[in-house]
Design a protein around this ligand. Structure first.
Ligand code: COA
Length: 260
């Protein structure tokens, strides 16, 4: 179904593996189309409760946008590519179901941007992160200047972008770019364990958390973030799952959420 992705659905978790290992899973036009369609599938398929994005092979998550495609781009084509990349990554960021990056090697340029568009990130010990676009006379085009700054702060973001310096998984952990560092062998299991915990919670409440927390990372948060939280809090009270969750607590039993 997807020529550049491997997909698998197990226990509600949809695993998307970007599958161009000979090109270190670089993001070309087809990968973008496939990722967009896969994110749509996550929203439309009720069997899918959450998703993981990872890369094929032992070396790379995604080593960036496919530089080979850049060669003859005009300014207008470059802007269109940037807008398309940003729009697809917004779809990931605004997914109603959790999407987590399992970073299994190089996450450079567009690869780092893809990981940052996910709701959070785990990394294996061999992962390397960076925005090395200045080496090519470029800057990031898929949201990197914005999301890296949100995640690690302005000064560190400036330095990482300007120097093109790559950081390892432990530095990414210290900076808050990733939440956990694992061995290469345990990366997928650890990511799945966290998603199983999330899948045991009320799905509507999880989707409302995504909406509210996404606003906190934007300049709109003072105007809209608190208001969004009020509305989302109210929305949760109108769900069956909220009745089930509070009743289960009072009856001293485990809640059985239905997603309604
Ligand atoms: N776009 C297109 N092809 C890429 C790529 C990218 N972003 N990253 C890697 N590749 C290709 C290489 O051209 C090579 O293809 P080939 O075997 O047909 O020559 C293959 O993937 C393996 O990469 P290679 O460079 O030989 O591996 P390495 O282990 O020596 O180096 C990296 C790994 C990640 C350090 C190096 O590939 C690199 O710097 N990639 C570009 C990173 C980058 O600038 N990303 C931002 C793009 S905007």
């Amino acid at each position: 179904m997807y020529s550049t992705l491997l997909t698998e659905l197990s226990q509600g978790i949809f695993i998307i593996t970007i599958n161009r290992p000979d090109k270190l899973n670089a993001l070309n036009t087809q990968v973008f189309t496939d990722i967009e369609n896969a994110v749509d599938e996550i929203q439309s398929n009720p069997e899918i409760k959450s998703a993981i994005i990872t890369g094929a092979g032992p070396k790379a998550f995604v080593a960036g946008a496919d530089i080979a495609e850049f060669a003859n781009y005009t300014k207008e084509q470059a802007m269109a590519l940037s807008k398309r990349g940003q729009d697809i990554f917004f779809k990931i960021e605004n997914s109603k179901k959790p999407i987590v990056a399992a970073v299994n090697g190089f996450a450079l340029g567009g690869g780092c941007e893809l990981a940052m568009a996910c709701h959070f990130r785990l990394a294996s010990e061999n992962a390397k992160f960076g925005q090395p676009e200045v080496n090519l006379g470029l800057i990031p085009g898929y949201g990197g200047t914005q999301r890296l700054t949100q995640l690690v702060g302005k000064g560190k973001s400036m330095e990482l972008h300007m120097t093109a310096h790559l950081i390892d998984a432990n530095e990414a952990l210290q900076l808050g770019l990733v939440n956990h560092v694992t061995t290469a062998e345990t990366l997928m299991e650890r990511t799945k364990d966290i998603l199983q915990i999330i899948q045991s919670k009320a799905p509507i409440a999880i989707s409302k958390l995504i909406e509210c927390i996404n606003i906190a990372a934007t300049p709109d948060h003072l105007d809209n973030g608190y208001g969004k939280e009020v509305a989302a809090f109210g929305d949760c009270f109108a769900t069956e799952d909220m009745k089930e969750g509070t009743t289960a607590f009072l009856e001293k039993r485990k809640a059985n959420f239905k997603g309604s």
